[in-house]
Each structure stands twice: as C-alpha cells, then as structure tokens.
Design a protein around this ligand. Structure first.
Ligand code: IMP
Ligand code: MG
Length: 182
C-alpha cells in the first residue's frame, strides 16, 4: 500500500506513560483487591503494549485474554459497524473483568464490545483506556480509568498504529502529513 509521507510529533513521552500506567495500576489493584482472579481483556491489536505494562504493575492474581474487534482497516475513519474477529478463549460469567482499550475515539467499538460481553454476565466489568479523544465522542461510553485525554489528532505508538505502522514507537506521537503531499 502506498502511503503519504508523514511526520510523527511526540505527544506523550515514554516516561509520562510509564508513570501514568503505574498510577492506574495502583487504583485498579485497590478496586479489585477482593477479587479471586481478575480477567484482563485486551482489545487487539492496539492495546498489546499497554496491557503488557499494566498487568506487570497490578498487585493482583490476573488472567489475560484477548478479543479482536474490527475497526478502521487501513484508514483513519471510524466505521460504525463492529464485528468480533477473534473472541475470548475463556469464560467470563461470574468473573471480574477489566477491559483494556488503547483509545476511545467515537466510542462505538467499545460500546459494542461491552454490549457483547455483558450478555455473558460477568460479575463486574470495568474499562481502562490509555487514551481518549473526548471531542470525538458519539456515544455515552467512558472508561472508569483513563490514561490521558488527547486532542483530535491521529495518534500512533505504544501499540497504536497507522496502517499497521509505528506500533513499536515507545512514546505516543501525532501524525502530521508533510506539506508537499497534503
Ligand atoms: P471508536 O470506535 O471510534 O471509539 O474507535 C476506537 C478504535 O479506533 C481504537 O480502539 C483504535 O483502534 C482506533 N483509533 C481511534 N483513534 C485512533 C488514532 O488516533 N490512531 C490509531 N487508531 C485509532
Ligand atoms: Mg482498538
């Protein structure tokens, strides 16, 4: 696929992310202190680095599972239709569940995923998202724990991609197209 050249501006440093992840993990550990074994559900693929860092800071017995929902394909536009591409391996009925998302944009993906998971009757289910773009919201979905609110910029890094690129950046960056190609 051909791609317009772009520059990535640093928005959130790796150090700031690490500090925030540690703080979130403390709050989550306190909230679920009485749980038997927390099921941490990562939404693929964007949450894979966030969930890896987060679970290592949790002071709780955890089980890790993954779910992949269809989203943007290779474009920057949010599709309203959400499908499950890869389902959980484990059961969540009667369990305490933490859904981990990379970024809440319109909120349609998360809303749909939560609706599906609710039909399986978890005991408790909460959401932790790394990023949120509140100005883009089209649903009433919010995360109980949020890393950072960001402006309406397309972001990459720390697991988050643009057309499958830049997931391996250690920080969060914002995409900016270069003059001659925009
Ligand atoms: P929503 O359904 O509009 O909330 O979109 C959520 C999903 O879209 C996220 O889980 C991301 O996978 C993707 N997404 C939203 N904004 C961005 C972005 O700025 N960069 C990369 N992916 C994004
Ligand atoms: Mg996603």
């Amino acid at each position: 696929m051909t791609q317009k050249p772009y520059i990535v501006d640093e928005l959130i440093s790796a150090k700031a992310i690490a500090a925030r992840v540690e703080a979130l993990a403390k709050e989550i550990s306190t909230h679920f202190a009485d749980t038997d074994k927390l099921v941490v559900v990562g939404l693929l693929r964007g949450s894979f680095i966030f969930i890896a860092d987060l679970v290592r800071e949790l002071d709780l017995p955890v089980e890790v599972d993954f779910l992949e929902a269809s989203s943007y394909g290779n474009s920057m536009e949010s599709s309203r239709e959400v499908r499950i591409l890869k389902d959980l391996r484990g059961e969540i009925a009667g369990r305490d569940v933490l859904v981990v998302e990379d970024i809440i944009d319109t909120g349609h993906t998360l809303k749909h995923v939560l609706e599906i998971l609710e039909t399986r009757h978890p005991r408790r289910m909460e959401v932790c998202a790394l990023l949120s773009k509140p100005s883009r919201r089209e649903t009433d979905i919010e995360a109980k724990w949020l890393g950072f609110e960001i402006p309406d910029r397309f972001v990459v890094g720390y697991g988050i991609d643009y057309a499958q690129r830049n997931r391996n950046l250690p920080h969060i960056g914002a995409v900016r197209f270069t003059e001659e190609n925009s």
